[in-house]
Design a protein around this ligand. Structure first.
Ligand code: AMP
Length: 390
């Protein structure tokens, strides 16, 4: 989930900016002002209570606000996130928001404050008053609304500053410029919330098929470096031709090339990814440092390491069965190749897993049983990972 609040004096442009944001990030829009005007139009009890206060430019009681917000939130189960406009407006409402988010097992992720000087607010509101049909967009009421903002709402910013959630931006620029600033804040916040998983396991453990399935199931980007190298060769890119030559000379692909490919992939999926699943990378200690650096540059970090564990005899049986379906070379009988792949993992990759075990812990998944059984275990781990990101 991603929850955002737009903050600022009346006329700061919160409503205007909201339109683009809810479309782009698929958020449920909660404007307390609009909800109140709807209650008034519908002639409800809450509407009747709020009407006179709104007309005078004062703030409606927190009691009323909590009721209309709760109604909207519970009316949208399964929402991907909420965008709050004109809420919270008081200290009490900041705590109310906390509680509402807590009930949903989530929290407010960012508050963007659009800074606009008072004279500019007045000018914009008077301008809007000519077409909005809002009875509270007139000179005397505007003054009261701004005073309420200064006295009761502005102090709420301190609450969010202390929590490191507050982003203050210049709201006097063009709609497009302000929109771009908000989007870069949102993109940055979303990147902090990516689920980045590395799936380890001996060859034959099912790490490849399980991680591909996980990526598909949870909409995560699948980063399988072996596949990416092959893809470059197939597309006959400049990089692909270099890789092919290395392969033909029996040389290893240097880390520089793989770095470029991963970097490209992170860049291309910057705005859309919910997270990344790495398979077959990192294979060496050096690569594990590289991956940390690449993710840090991307504004993100690894947050889950899985190791699919299968007993050695079972691995050999699986790999042997698989080798019979490969085009086995006469000089490269199946067994030595299997042994080479297994020992490669043991000498180079186990130290990487050990490093992560010390750094942040590794979740060991029992890789025995059917594909579906193992899949259920890895899925449970990933779902827990998503839950912790909320
Ligand atoms: P807005 O559309 O956000 O400018 O709100 C219009 C009017 O609705 C405000 O001047 C207040 O009277 C009332 N209102 C809207 N949101 C709130 C809130 N969170 N708390 C108290 N009063 C509110």
């Amino acid at each position: 989930m991603f929850n955002l609040a737009l903050f600022g004096p009346p006329g700061a442009g919160k409503g205007t900016q909201s339109e683009a944001l809810i479309r782009r990030y698929d958020l449920i829009y909660i404007s307390t002002g609009e909800l109140l005007r709807k209650e008034i139009r519908d002639g409800t009890r809450l509407g009747q209570e709020a009407q006179a206060i709104i007309a005078s430019g004062g703030l409606v009681s927190d009691e009323i606000i909590v009721q209309i917000i709760e109604k909207t939130i519970t009316g949208n189960p399964g929402a991907g996130g909420f965008l709050f406009d004109g809420f919270p407006r008081t200290y009490v409402q900041a705590y109310i928001l906390d509680g509402l988010m807590h009930n949903l097992n989530t929290s407010l992720h960012a508050l963007v404050s659009l800074e606009v000087p008072e004279e500019e607010s007045v000018r914009r509101l008077l301008d809007r008053g000519r077409s909005s049909g809002r009875s509270d967009d007139n000179d005397a009421v505007i003054r009261t609304r701004l005073r309420e903002y200064r006295d009761k709402t502005l102090p709420v910013l301190a609450f969010y500053r202390e929590r490191g959630l507050c982003h203050e931006i210049d709201g006097t620029r063009s709609v497009e410029e302000v929109g771009a600033s908000i989007q870069s804040i949102v993109a940055h916040e979303l990147r902090k919330r990516l689920l980045n998983v590395v799936v380890f396991g001996y060859p034959g453990s099912g790490r490849g098929s399980q991680s591909a399935a996980l990526a598909q199931k949870y909409g995560l980007e699948f980063v399988a470096t072996g596949r990416m190298l092959e893809e470059e060769i197939r597309r006959d890119t400049a990089l692909g031709r270099r890789i092919k030559q290395l392969y033909e000379n029996g040389e290893l692909v240097p880390d520089e090339i793989v770095i470029q490919l991963i970097e490209q992939r992170l860049e291309q999926t910057r705005d859309t990814a919910k997270g990344y699943i790495f398979k077959g990378y990192p294979r060496t200690l050096v690569q594990s440092y590289i991956l940390d650096g690449l993710l840090r540059k991307h504004g993100s970090t690894l947050n889950m390491i899985l190791e699919i564990e299968v007993p050695m005899l079972e691995l050999i049986t699986r790999l042997d069965a698989r080798s019979k379906t490969d085009r086995a070379m006469p000089y490269d009988s199946a067994l030595p190749r299997i042994v080479r792949r297994l020992s490669e993992h043991e000498t180079k990759t186990l130290p990487v897993i050990e490093r992560y075990r010390k750094l942040r812990g590794v979740q060991v998944i029992d890789g025995r049983g059917s594909f579906e059984e193992v899949s259920a275990r890895v899925s449970a781990a990933v779902e827990e990972g998503f839950r912790l990101l909320r």
